[in-house]
Write a protein that binds this ligand. Structure first.
Ligand code: CA
Length: 224
């Protein structure tokens, strides 16, 4: 398994390399964002570990550029707890996982193995409700012929609702599955995202997101 590690803190990079190599990974290190992006494009990796704060080019920008060019290599971000970035952003721009510094190299190895396992399982088949269709592997959604522009978080919420079509899901369920269990923000964020999805879906006869008072939300396929 080939891993690209883009990290500018030398000691940390060396420690990560040691742990990964002792687990049988083949490791390429890059110490700045420019070199990191170059390596990612020059070579093929099974997984990429990206520090967020990097000289030259941020980890987020590298990820954005790779995804924009169709590169789907799994990416795990290393985020500084007191950094200027929100960890939730890491997933919104196409990352697959993140770890806050300081972290245990053993946990990093376990998370990378989990990412590789998911990647090996292959793409999920596309799902549809009414005229809405989502291709999870390509993170794209269409209403009929028209493509919807969704952020990664909106996409994750939509997929969660679609997998439970015609069932009521609570805000808590949504927070746990679409955000993560460690989410400590305001639960009203769910309402905000439901509102955004409703606006993007528009008013339609064949589907809609209902509010079920006191219980949660339900994506309904109508007229079936
Ligand atoms: Ca850094």
């Amino acid at each position: 398994m080939r891993v690209l590690v883009v990290e500018d803190e030398r000691l940390l990079a060396a420690a990560v390399r040691r742990s990964l190599e002792s687990e049988g990974f083949s490791v390429v290190l890059a110490a700045n964002g420019i070199d990191g992006e170059w390596q990612a494009r020059e070579q093929t990796f099974d997984v990429i570990v990206l520090d967020v704060m990097l000289p030259g080019l941020s980890g987020y920008e590298i990820c954005r550029r790779l995804r924009a060019s169709g590169d789907t290599t799994p990416i795990l971000f290393l985020t500084a707890k007191d950094g200027e970035y929100d960890e939730a952003d890491a997933l919104d721009i196409g990352g697959d996982d993140f770890m806050s510094k300081p972290f245990s190299p053993v946990v990093l190895v376990a998370r990378l193995r989990a990412l590789l396992r998911r990647a090996a399982e292959g793409p999920e088949p596309s799902i549809s409700v009414g005229s809405l269709r989502v291709d999870p592997a390509r993170q794209r959604a269409w209403l009929g012929e028209e493509e919807l522009r969704l952020t990664a978080r909106e996409m994750a919420l939509l997929r969660y609702l679609m997998h439970r079509v015609d069932h009521v899901v609570s805000k808590t369920d949504i927070l746990e599955h679409v955000w993560d269990q460690a989410f400590e923000g305001d639960a009203n964020v769910v309402e905000v995202y439901i509102g955004r999805l409703r606006r993007k879906l528009g008013s339609r006869k064949d589907l809609g997101i209902d509010t079920v008072r006191g219980l949660g939300y339900r994506l309904s396929g109508r007229g079936r």
